[in-house]
Structure formats: structure tokens, C-alpha cells
Design a protein around this ligand. Structure first.
Ligand code: ASP
Length: 599
């Protein structure tokens, strides 16, 4: 059909007769001469229709509208360039030439479109309803292609490292990854349900027991959670598991994989190895287990300096075993009342009672605006000045509480203040990869009154804490778990696993799962671990999020072909949808209408 794509013709093709196909991107009528930008997935080429070249094609060209599918045939010519006019377009790769159309075939007409393809559109629901049009935009087409390149790089890298791709069931059993399951009723087993996998965690561990040794899968996962910009009910993980490995092996493998993925997409060499922070260091310095370090603004501890401060919020907290931390938002002393209010609200939402701050207008403390600075001794003020490097114009923000909540609150404030200051600007190309290690193994759930797994129940404690787990001493246990973080986003996480039935039983016990429950829910794992299970560990990376960051997009919906909107709807096909009565009958489920009738 075609001889070239719409991004192929260059000056060396001048004089050749070519055939192009594609969509009419734009139509311009210049004094009766029609100019068309013809678009295919590779780019655009200008095609001109003049009566003197072909009266028929020129006549027909007047009927063309955006998004008609056409075929043009004609010679490639150099675009006109004289002293008076220059019709060459430097911004276009095909900008030096045009095709002089001798023959036009309209393959398929397009109706008036619900929106223009070549304009950005803020109504996302409209974009999703006509996603096939939305995906014609060059940005979206580029994102799809980037996704392919990135995924391909991961596949190639892992294959080269000896990993084999194994598919695991989608109709499966509940996996405890901390979210709600999607359930699928079974027609042939009435009253029974499959759960869609939140992750292939148990299957990949079973593959290790099966002797596969090196597994990966570009796996679809399903979690029934509330949606956000970087969350979808179904998403894709690069899921990896290996036997006879340690944390350092998985870390090195993933570093190599990520660097080849970023090289494939952005063409940059990511320096490896990545830095590592323990979870404690990440929380202590940045108030987050996925620290955004490009902002600087590290949190500073002031517990000792303010232990005896006359301001009771500080001294009282320290007396109760709490800590005091602060950050210096450089040059932000001029924050408006509205901004301070907003920060205070953020602190309160994160669990603080309020927000203590100092607006250090000038060098002298008498110029400092703050609800409490007058209750501080000169010594205390000088200690703050030194530790926080306070200069005229700075805004100091404090958190005082037990260590973990204080870190969390100030971590949230730090991010909020950074976006108020537009601190991310100019840092778009900086890639800060890092590892966070030594997560806590268990966290106490106050509401439920029991311990919960921070990662998942198959994660192994660090060697020196194994015995404590067995003995039932759950406080402060650390996990052999690791997360890889990029620019404040968690790209993925994993762990070295438990591979002994007894230790796994101790873990279930810690989580308040009785022996009978453990046998009923996880009997297959406990059984498998008794038949020669190798030591193993792995990781899963969120592919959507990774592609989003590589493509510099702000939402994973921009890198998924057919995503759900923020109400969990896929608008193009309008799913989810009510089931037909015969489908419900087959499943022996009553429709709401039938239930009403029965009452
Ligand atoms: N299954 C885990 C998750 O989805 C990853 C892992 O531990 O490998 O987060």
C-alpha cells in the first residue's frame, strides 16, 4: 500500500514518486491550494494539492476533513524557499520537503470529532471515553511506545541473566498484600469464589520450591483500593524471584535492570550502585520511607537543645519520651497566613495537634514572628540558628511527638512546603535512585489490637531477630526487606523470604493467625516448605509508575492504554456493567430486581 512512512522523506528523496497513507492531521486552504499534514504513527508529512498538478485530486481535496483516512501518490519536492518566503519547517523532521499529490484516495471518511486531536484536553473523562482518538495524539503514542521499549529492556535484561518468564493464574486465591480482593464467582462451584491476585507472591515462591530458581513475569495485579494519580485497580508489576540469593544479589540485579530500562527510554546511563538508607535513616532525615532527596531540606533533631524550653509543647513532649524535629524552608519567611494555615492543616491531618513555626524575618530574633519564640532563651535560639543554619528570610517548621509520628508529620510538611515553593522546578531531569532497607517486620495495629506484617507475611526477619520472632518478642523486629525509590516514588519492593515451615508458622502466629486458620489458608505453603524449599527472595517493580516517571508524566493513566477513571470505570466500554439475568442465573446470584420481587 505505502512506500514510506510519514516521517521518512528527506531531501534525498526529492524527485521520487511515493505513496503515503495515514490520517489527515490538519487542512489549510491557502487561496484555493490545499495543504494537508498527513499523519501516521511515525510523524507527519506535508502534502499539497494544486489544480495544475492534478485537477481531480485538487477538487477532491476540498472535501477533506481532520482524521479522514487517505492515500496520496505523487513526487517528493523541495519546499519553496526564496528571499521573500521560506516554507521550510525546521521543527518538523520532514520539514524540507512536501509531496505534490497527483492522486488522492479517500479510504475512509471521519465524522466530526468529539474533540481535536492536536489540542490538549483537560476533560479526562472525555479523553477516556474516546480513548482510541486520545491515543492518536503524538504524546500518547510516544508513551505507548516508550512503555514497550522499557518493558522489552526489562525482559531482555532478565532473560540475559538467566531468568525465565512463567505465567501464574489470574483466577486464583486471596494473597495478603494488604488490599481488598476482587472476587470472581465460580459457576461450576456455586458459592465459591476465585480472588484475582494482588500479586503472584505465593505462586512465585512455589516456583522456587519447584526448582525454577530464576523466575520473572510481567504480571497483572489487582487490588480493590481507592484510586489516586499513581494507583489503578489493575496494574502491572515486573515480578522477580530467585533461589539461593541474598539481598545484595537482588539489589544488584535490579540496579542493572533499571539502568538498562532507563537507557532504553531516556538514553541516559544511570549511575550504579544506588545509595542505601535504612528505613530508620530515611524516616529520621526525611520523614518518609520513600524519601525525595532532590529537595534537600533534611530534618534536624533538636530534642536535646529544647529539652528544657519554657514552651511547654516542646519540653512536655521530651519529658514524655518524645522528640523535636525541625526543617528550614529557605527563603520562605514570607509565607502568607493562608499558606501557614494550609501547612497547619496538613500537620493536623497527619495527626499533629498543630504546627509550631518561626518566620525568621531578619537576623535579630526580635524580628522573628512565631507564637513561642519569646519563651526561648538566647542559648536556645543560638542553638537553633547554628543547627538549622537560619538566615534572614527563612521559615522554620517544627514537629514534636513520639519519634515515628513526629517524623511522619514533618515529612509531610516538608513535601507540602516544597510544592508551595515550587522546589521541584528545574529538577525534572535529576534522577535520584536509592534503596531503603531494614524495614520493620511488624507494626502494631492499635485499632485491631494486633500485629500486622509491614511487607507481607512471607518476609524474613534479619538473622539476629529470627529467634525473637520464634520466642514471640515482636517489638522492633527488622525485616530483610528493601524498597527501591526514585524521586520520592516507591518503584518497587521485595524481601528475602522465610523458607522453613516452622519459622513461617511463627510468623503466622505473630499475626494472630491460629494453626487451623494457617493450615486452611496457607497449608500449601507450609506443606511445600517441608519438601525441600530452597532459600529464596525477590522483588516486584510497579511498571506503570516506572514508565510514568521515565515519560515525565504526572499520572499512570497517561501510560496505560485503557485505564480506569478515578471512580474505577473504564469509560470507553463502560465497565463495570450490570450482568445479564442469564449470567446471574448461571451463577445462582439474584439480581436486585429479583431480590425485591422475592421479598
Ligand atoms: N509481592 C510483593 C508486592 O507486590 C513484592 C515482593 O515481595 O516480591 O509488593
Amino acid at each position: 500500500m505505502r512506500t514510506h512512512t510519514c516521517n521518512e522523506l528527506r531531501p534525498e528523496h526529492i524527485g521520487q514518486t511515493v505513496i503515503l497513507v495515514g490520517w489527515v492531521n490538519t487542512v489549510r486552504d491557502q487561496g484555493g491550494v490545499i495543504f494537508i499534514d498527513l499523519r501516521d504513527r511515525e510523524g507527519v508529512t506535508q502534502c499539497v494539492f494544486r489544480a495544475e498538478n492534478s485537477p481531480e485530486a485538487a477538487k477532491l481535496s476540498h472535501t477533506l476533513r481532520a482524521e479522514d483516512v487517505i492515500q496520496v501518490t505523487g513526487p517528493v519536492e523541495e519546499r519553496l524557499k526564496t528571499d521573500e518566503i521560506d516554507t521550510k519547517n525546521e521543527n518538523l523532521e520532514t520539514g524540507e520537503i512536501e509531496v505534490v499529490t497527483l492522486e488522492l484516495v479517500i479510504i475512509n471518511k471521519a465524522d466530526v470529532l468529539p474533540f481535536q486531536i492536536d489540542k490538549e484536553l483537560s476533560n479526562e473523562d472525555l479523553r477516556l471515553r474516546y480513548r482510541y482518538l486520545d491515543l492518536r495524539r503524538p504524546r500518547m503514542a510516544r508513551n505507548l511506545r516508550q512503555r514497550h521499549e522499557i518493558t522489552k529492556a526489562a525482559r531482555e535484561y532478565l532473560s540475559k541473566e538467566g531468568f525465565i518468564e512463567v505465567e501464574t493464574p489470574v483466577l486464583s486465591k486471596s494473597t495478603p498484600e494488604g488490599a481488598r480482593d476482587f472476587l470472581v464467582p465460580s459457576r461450576i462451584n456455586p458459592g465459591k469464589f476465585y480472588a484475582l491476585p494482588q500479586a503472584p507472591q505465593q505462586y512465585k515462591q512455589m516456583l522456587m520450591v519447584a526448582g525454577v530458581e530464576k523466575y520473572f513475569q510481567i504480571a497483572r495485579c489487582f487490588r480493590d483500593e481507592d484510586l489516586r494519580a499513581d494507583r489503578q485497580p489493575e496494574f502491572t508489576q515486573i515480578d522477580v524471584e530467585a533461589s539461593f540469593v541474598d539481598q545484595d544479589d537482588i539489589i544488584a540485579l535490579v540496579e542493572g535492570m533499571l539502568s538498562s530500562m532507563f537507557e532504553a527510554s531516556r538514553g541516559v546511563k544511570v549511575p550504579i550502585p544506588f545509595e542505601r538508607l535504612t528505613w530508620h535513616e530515611a524516616m529520621d532525615n526525611y520523614g518518609s520511607d520513600k524519601p525525595e532527596r532532590r529537595l534537600g531540606m533534611e530534618m534536624v533533631d533538636l530534642t536535646e537543645e529544647l529539652r528544657n524550653c519554657e514552651f511547654r509543647v516542646f519540653s512536655g513532649t521530651v519529658a514524655n519520651g518524645g522528640i523535636i524535629k525541625a526543617i528550614n524552608a529557605k527563603g520562605f519567611a514570607g509565607a502568607s497566613v493562608g499558606q501557614i494555615d494550609k501547612l497547619t492543616k496538613t500537620a493536623q491531618e497527619a495527626g499533629a495537634k498543630g504546627l509550631a513555626y518561626i518566620q525568621a524575618r531578619d537576623t535579630d530574633r526580635t524580628t522573628w514572628r512565631s507564637p513561642f519564640v519569646k519563651r526561648m532563651t538566647d542559648e536556645e535560639v543560638e542553638a537553633l540558628r547554628a543547627k538549622l543554619n537560619i538566615e534572614p528570610g527563612d521559615l522554620i517548621l517544627f514537629a514534636a511527638d513520639k519519634w515515628e509520628p513526629a517524623c511522619e508529620v514533618l515529612g509531610r510538611i516538608r513535601l507540602e512546603v516544597a510544592s508551595m515553593q515550587d522546589a521541584y522546578k528545574g529538577k525534572e531531569d535529576e534522577l535520584d535512585f536509592l534503596w531503603v532497607t531494614e524495614f520493620p517486620l511488624l507494626a502494631y495495629d492499635e485499632e485491631e489490637g494486633r500485629w500486622a506484617a509491614v511487607h507481607h507475611p512471607f518476609t524474613r526477619p534479619i538473622a539476629e531477630d529470627e529467634e525473637k520472632l520464634v520466642k514471640g518478642e515482636y517489638e522492633g523486629l527488622r525485616a530483610r526487606a528493601y524498597d527501591v525509590v526514585l524521586n520520592g516514588h516507591e518503584l518497587g519492593g521485595g524481601s528475602i523470604r522465610i523458607h522453613e515451615a516452622d519459622l513461617q508458622s511463627s510468623m503466622f502466629k505473630a499475626l494472630g493467625i491460629t494453626e487451623e486458620e494457617a493450615q486452611a489458608e496457607f497449608g500449601h505453603i507450609l506443606d511445600a516448605f517441608r519438601f525441600g524449599a530452597p532459600p529464596h527472595g525477590g522483588i516486584a517493580l510497579g511498571l506503570d509508575r516506572l514508565v510514568m516517571l521515565a515519560c515525565r508524566e504526572g499520572s499512570i493513566r497517561e501510560v496505560i492504554a485503557f485505564p480506569k477513571n478515578n471512580k474505577g470505570m473504564e469509560l470507553m466500554t463502560a465497565s463495570p456493567a450490570p450482568a445479564a439475568p442469564n449470567q446471574l442465573r448461571d451463577l445462582r446470584i439474584k439480581s436486585t430486581a429479583q431480590e425485591k420481587k422475592d421479598e
